[in-house]
Structure formats: structure tokens, C-alpha cells
Design a protein around this ligand. Structure first.
Ligand code: 8OZ
Length: 373
């Protein structure tokens, strides 16, 4: 089997059969119609260009006003947003692709300028993130600002956010998505419950490993109830370091992720998606323990190139590999891998915000000169 063969094998993931194992990673791009954080035809064009991915995982979509922590991120909690996403999924489907909606609550990684009037960020405990988010400064100008002090969620807040995830999942299905992915990685709300660095609760959502996992499993159960287990995936990032949103997910990271994996396997969800911190550093022992604990598909992401991706598939530690920046600059990434074509480099200046430049203007590969997608 040649290198490209394995990445290009079809793969069953829950209810879906992916045409290949080259996944488009979820990436915040901060382009949406304002006010209202509504997905636009430009977003449809961007995702449609990348429909050759085995599965596109959307940028994180705030599930509610309190789930938002960044300016311009398109949400999935209003009728207008749902209709905007329908345009996106229609385009992806018309081009033969499949797409998952990433459901996102930022928790404490937020700022009053992007929240409802007088609202504070929600978190398991009132511990402020010593990190920044992209919101609005005191003059109303977009830029990096310090995260605000969060309030510790009470039982009503917890029940409400669980229901917000379920409602967002229902909206995602109504908007034509093929799958939902719960964002439980990179220092956002769900991971904030998992890690002792951010969860110092003394009720049954904090303390023991089982208690810290409780909120995540409640959200999973509510979302399964809404859309069925075969359309649910989850993103996890054990060992997520402080450099990422001041998360420090070290204590019992292995144990809690394997505990979750066992519970998720019993629930028959479609996949676990690892955001690897640091890139590619997970031990083979952890990777095989995860394989044993979880029967669904395993997606990995973080610093993979074609060669490393093929190796992790060959080793049997993953079923598919997600690519981020490579998909920004190479809308036809799976095709380039298959042909051994050179890869274009992404311009980091246009990652967040703005319009078509650095978003929909990266060409498809052509041996006689690049072509417009
Ligand atoms: C980069 C910029 C803003 C948000 C993540 C959702 O890290 C993000 C994100 C990444 O998962």
C-alpha cells in the first residue's frame, strides 16, 4: 500500500461513511455577518471549497450567548444562524462532502464585551484565566483583551448549559449537519470541568475524577438524546498546557480521559478526536489504552503531516487525521496528498477576521498553474 492509499481509504464513523481519512480540523476564522454572528455565503464558499475532506469539522460555534468568548464567531442558537449554516451545509453536500458542527462553550475564556450586558463568564469555579481573548477593548476596537473573572456555575447554570448543548445539537441537525462534535478541549468549559486546575468545586461536579467527568457526560447524554449517539463526536485534549488558554490539564489527565472513553464507548458515540498537546507526544501506551477503552473511531490532530499521519494510521492508533493550517492554504488537501503535489503555506495574518483574503482565495493545485476552486 502506498502512502496515499491508507489516508484515502473510506472510513465508517458512526452514521457516516467518509470517503477518505483526511479530516478538516475545526478552526476559528472569525468571519460572520454582524450584528448577530450569522454565517454568510462567504463561509459557504470557504467550506464548500474544502468538501474533498473526508469530514469537515466546523469552527467552534457558540451554543448560546454565554458560550461566546470571541468576536465574530458564528453561533448556532438563533434562527438566522441556523439558516446561515444551512447555506453552508447545502454547499458542502452539493460538492459531495460531509460536515460536523463543533458545539462550543468557552466557559471562562471570555470578556464582557462579547457577552450579554452585565453578564460574566461562566466556569466551574471562580478562577480567572491568566490569558487573553479576541474581543473589544474599552474603546470598542477589536483586539486581544484579558479574560474576565468568571462566576462559578450553580446547579441551575449547569442544567441550563446542558440543555443549551442539546438545543444547539438539534439546531445543527436542522441546519443540515451530518454530525456534532462537542468541544471538550483546549481550555474551554467542558475541559474546565475535567481539570483540577480550573475545577475546585466541592459538590458532585468536583473533587473526584468521576465527579469532574460528570458534567461532560451529562452534556453527552443530552446531546445523544437530541441527535442519536451515531452522530456525536467529542474533542479532548489531555495534557493541554497553560500556554493554551491557561489550561493546565495534567493531574489525572490519562485516567480521566480513559474513564470518559470507557463511558463514551458504552454510549456508542461515533468518535473521539484528540487535540494533541504537545503535538504528537502521546505515548504509545496511552494510545493503545485509548484504543482498548473506546470502540468508536479515533481522530487525531496536531502537527501531523502526510508522513506522520500515515504512520499513526499504520500503527493502528488512529482511524483518521485532522489537518488545520494545511487546509487553510490547500483547499484540495486530500487531492494534493494523493498526487504528491506541493503544499502552499498559509498566511497567519489572515487567520482571524476580515473577508475573502486569506480565506477563499487559496487556489486548488494544478500542475500547469494554480486554478481557482
Ligand atoms: C484559536 C483562536 C480562537 C479559538 C481552540 C476554538 O483553540 C479555539 C480557538 C483557536 O479550540
Amino acid at each position: 500500500m502506498t502512502t496515499s492509499d491508507l489516508l484515502h481509504h473510506p472510513l465508517k464513523v458512526g452514521a457516516l461513511t467518509l470517503a477518505n481519512r483526511v479530516i478538516m480540523a475545526p478552526m476559528t476564522r472569525a468571519r460572520s455577518e454582524q450584528p448577530g454572528d450569522v454565517p454568510t455565503t462567504l463561509n459557504a464558499e470557504y467550506y464548500g471549497q474544502r468538501a474533498g475532506a473526508g469530514l469537515i469539522i466546523s469552527e467552534g460555534m457558540p451554543i448560546s450567548p454565554s458560550g461566546k468568548g470571541y468576536a465574530f464567531t458564528p453561533g448556532i442558537y438563533t434562527d438566522a444562524q441556523q439558516a446561515g449554516w444551512k447555506r453552508v451545509t447545502d454547499r458542502v453536500h452539493a460538492k459531495g462532502g460531509l460536515m460536523a458542527a463543533q458545539l462550543w462553550h468557552v466557559g471562562r475564556i471570555s470578556h464582557h464585551s462579547v457577552l450579554a450586558p452585565n453578564a460574566a463568564p461562566l466556569a466551574p469555579s471562580a478562577i480567572r484565566a491568566r490569558s487573553k481573548t479576541f474581543a473589544f477593548d474599552d474603546n470598542g476596537l477589536p483586539g486581544m483583551v484579558d479574560c474576565d473573572m468568571p462566576v462559578a456555575m450553580d446547579k441551575d447554570d449547569i442544567a441550563r448549559v446542558v440543555e443549551e448543548f442539546a438545543e444547539a445539537a438539534r439546531r445543527a441537525m436542522a441546519a443540515g449537519f451530518d454530525m456534532v462534535e462537542l468541544h471538550a478541549a483546549n481550555g474551554y468549559l467542558l475541559e474546565q470541568f475535567l481539570s483540577v486546575s480550573t475545577n475546585q468545586r466541592t459538590d458532585n461536579y468536583g473533587g473526584s475524577l468521576i465527579n469532574r467527568a460528570r458534567f461532560v457526560l451529562e452534556v453527552v447524554d443530552a446531546v445523544i438524546e437530541a441527535v442519536g449517539p451515531e452522530r456525536v463526536g467529542i474533542r479532548l485534549s489531555p495534557w493541554c498546557p497553560p500556554a493554551v488558554n491557561d489550561m493546565d490539564f495534567q493531574v489525572q489527565a490519562r485516567e480521566i480521559v480513559l474513564y470518559l472513553a470507557t463511558g463514551l464507548s458504552a454510549r456508542n458515540i461515533a468518535y473521539i478526536h484528540l487535540a494533541e498537546w504537545p503535538s504528537g507526544a502521546y505515548s504509545t501506551e496511552f494510545r493503545s489504552a485509548l484504543r482498548t477503552a473506546f470502540e468508536g473511531a479515533i481522530l487525531v490532530c496536531g502537527g501531523y503531516d502526510q508522513e506522520k499521519a500515515t504512520t499513526v494510521l499504520e500503527q493502528g492508533f488512529a482511524d483518521a487525521v485532522a489537518f488545520g493550517t494545511a487546509f487553510i492554504a490547500n483547499p484540495d488537501l486530500p487531492e494534493r496528498f494523493a498526487r504528491g503535489a506541493p503544499l502552499a503555506q498559509a498566511d497567519t495574518n489572515t487567520f482571524y477576521g476580515g473577508g475573502a483574503r486569506g480565506y477563499t482565495d487559496y487556489p486548488y493545485y494544478s500542475p500547469i498553474g494554480a486554478s481557482t476552486p
